[in-house]
Design a protein around this ligand. Sequence first.
Ligand SMILES: Cc1ncc(C[n+]2csc(CCOP(=O)(O)OP(=O)(O)O)c2C)c(N)n1
Ligand SMILES: [Mg+2]
Length: 719
Amino acid sequence: MEASAAVEPIDEHFVRSVEGLRAPDGFAPADGELLGLLERLYDAQVESRHLDLEARRLQKRGEGFYTIASAGHESNAALGLLTRWSDPALLHYRSGAFYAARAHLAGTVDPVRETLRSLTCSTADPISGGRHKVFGHPALHVIPQTSTIASHLPRAVGLGFALGLAKQLGRATPWPEDAVVVCSFGDASVNHSTATGALNAAAYLTYVRRNCPVLFVCEDNGLGISTRTPRGWPAAVLQHLPGIPYFHVHGHQPAELLATVELALAEVRSRRAPAVLHLSTVRFMGHAGSDVEAGYRSASAIRADYARDPLLGTATALVARGRTPGSLVARYEEVRSAVRAAAREVATEPRLSSRAEVMAPLAVARPPARPAVPPSTSDAPPLTLAQTINRTLADELDAHDDVLVFGEDVAVKGGVYGVTRGLHDRFGTSRVFDTLLDEQTVLGTALGAALAGFVPVPEIQYLAYLHNAEDQLRGEAASLRFFSGGHYANGMVVRVPGLAYQKGFGGHFHNDNSLAVLRDVPGLVVAVAGHPHTASGLLRGCLDLARAGHVCVYVEPIARYHQRDLFDGDSGWLAPFEPSTRAALGDVVAYGDGRDLLLVTFGNGVFMSLRVAAALRTDGFACTVLDLAWVAPLPAAALVNAAARVSAVLVVDETRSSGGVSEAVLAALADAEVDKPVARVTSADSFIPLGPAADAVLLQEEQVLAAARRLLRGSAARP
Ligand SMILES: Cc1ncc(C[n+]2csc(CCOP(=O)(O)OP(=O)(O)O)c2C)c(N)n1
Ligand SMILES: [Mg+2]
C-alpha cells in the first residue's frame, strides 16, 4: 500500500506554506538570469528533499539502508549550480541538492535514480557499485567521501596544491587549469583536528604564496548530532584563518545565496587561493532516521527552523518573481511521484552478494611490465641500504616526471638519515619538497596529488608518527577504490623509516616495531626493505603498484640504513646497485637452499637470520632464510612452497608477539595444512624503552639461534 499523505511534518509544512504564499504588490525587478537560476535551484532542492523522504520510506520497507538526510541543507544546490561540473568536489554527506544541481548542469546523469541506487545498495550505483551510500560520480567529478567527518579536508588541500603544482610543471590533470576544488563539511566538523590541520595547511600555503584553489564550505546547522555548536563559534574560527577570505550567507535567502556563492567562487578561481563560505542552514528530520531529535531539542525549537527551510525560501523568491504557488506545489508533487516511481524500479536491481563481488576493487593486480631504467654505472662501489634507496628514488625521479618526493625534512636536509640527500638539489623544489610538520597534511598532499595524476612518495618521519595520521591511510587512501568501485584511485608509496634496534638513539618513538595497524587495512600493500641487494627492486615494485592505483607502504629499517657488514669487515650489508630489478607483489627472496630449517622473516630479521643461519651451518645444519619482503598481503603461496621443502620452520619476527607478522605467517601455514615442526620468536608486547633495556623486549639474535636449535633437535633434520 502506498502512503500518499505527507508523513514528515516538514513535508506538510512546506506544502501548506507555499500554498499560502502571495505575490507581493509589484513584482521584484524582472531579472531573467536570476529567475532561471532560481528555477533550477528549486528543482534540485525539491529533488533532494524528496530523495530524503523516500530514503525513509525505503528503509521502512527494508529496501533502503541509509537515512542521513540533506533536508534543510539544500541551499548547497547553489554550489552545484554555480561551480563548473568539471570542478572537483569533495562533499559533506548532506549534499544531495549539490549533487542534483551538478547532475543537471552536466546533463548526463539522472541524480534521482543514481542516489536511489546508492540508498538501496544497487550494484548499478555508478560510484560505489552497491558498497555504500556516497555522493560521488566520475562524470560529475564528485569524488566520494567516507563517513569520517573532516577526513576529506587534507585531501582537498592536497588536491588544490597539486593542481597548482601540475600547472607549474606543465602537466595535465583530469581538471582544467582554472578548476576550483569544492570541499564541504559541517559546523561541528570545524572543531576536528583533521579540519583544523587542513585549514591551517591551506592558510600556510597561501602565506608562502603557493596555489591552493579550494572553496571550503561550512554547512552550519548549529548541531553535531545532539551537541549544540555555540552561536558564533564557526564564524569566529573561520573568519580568522590567515589570508583566507570569509563569506557568509543564509541558505534560505536564495538571491543573496546565489550572489555570495558566485563571489566566493570567483575569488578562489581568480586568486588560485582558498576562501571560506559559511553557509547557515537548518537540519530537518534529525541527524539520521534513527535519531530521536525530540530527546535533546524542544518541539518549538524544531518547528522554529521550518521558517528557514531553503526550499520555502526559494519558493518565496519565485513567487515574488511571478511564479504561482500552485505551479510550485505541482512541481513538488510531480517530483515526489517521479522519485517514488524510480525507487520502485531501483529496488528490484541486483545487490552485491558474494565476497568476491564485494571485494573486487580491493584486488591488487600485477602491474603490467614496464621498461627497466637503464643502468647508469657498472663499476660503482657497493651501496648501503640508505644509499640504495636514495639512488632508486633519484632514478625514478629522473625517469618519470610524475614522481614527487616530500615530507618533513626530506628536501634541504635530505631526511633525518640522509636517505633523500641530494634529491632536492638535483630535482628542485617542485619535485622534492619539505612539507609543514603535520602527518595528516603529508598524507593529504599525497592523496590530492595522486588524484591529480602524480605518483607521490611521501615520507612519514618514523613509524610511531604514522599514528597521528593513520586514518588518512586507512579511511581515505586505502578505501577510495572500494567506495568508488574502482572509479577513483590514489596510488602512492608512503616511505616510513621505522622498526627498532637503533643503537644509542631513540626509545619507543624512534624504534616503534609494530606493523599491526598497517597490516590490518584492507587493500593496503606493505613492503619491508630487507637487504640493499633487494631494496631497490622492492621499492620499484611498490612504485609500479602505485602507478596501477594501489596504496603501498614501504618500511625502511632505520637500524640497517648505514650498516656495512653482516660479519665484522665482510661488507656483507653492502650491495652493488641493481638499476633495473622490479619485484612483483608476492615475490619473496630466498637466501640459501638448505632443507633443515626455513627461517621466515623480514626487515631486521633478515640480518639476524642470516647470521643465525651461518652459526647453524657450523653446527652442520643447512638453512634457508626467506625474506617475505611483502608483509601485506602476505606472499602465502611462496611461503607455503618454501615450507614444503624443509624439515622445520622458524618464524623470526621483530614485531610484537600479539598482532605481529608471525601470527599471520603461522595462520598461513596452518591454512595450508603444513604439517611439520613450526615455531616462532618475536619481540615482547611492550613499548620500547630508552637505552640498553630495549634489548630486553626486542627479539635478539641469541633467541633466534636458541629457538632454531630447539626446533632442529625436535625435527627430523640431523646434522
Ligand atoms: C571522526 C568522526 N567522529 C565521529 C563521527 C560520528 N558523527 C557522524 S556525524 C557527526 C556530527 C557531525 O556534525 P557536523 O559536522 O555539524 O555535521 P552535520 O551532521 O550537522 O551536518 C558525528 C559526531 C564521525 N562520523 N567521524
Ligand atoms: Mg552540524
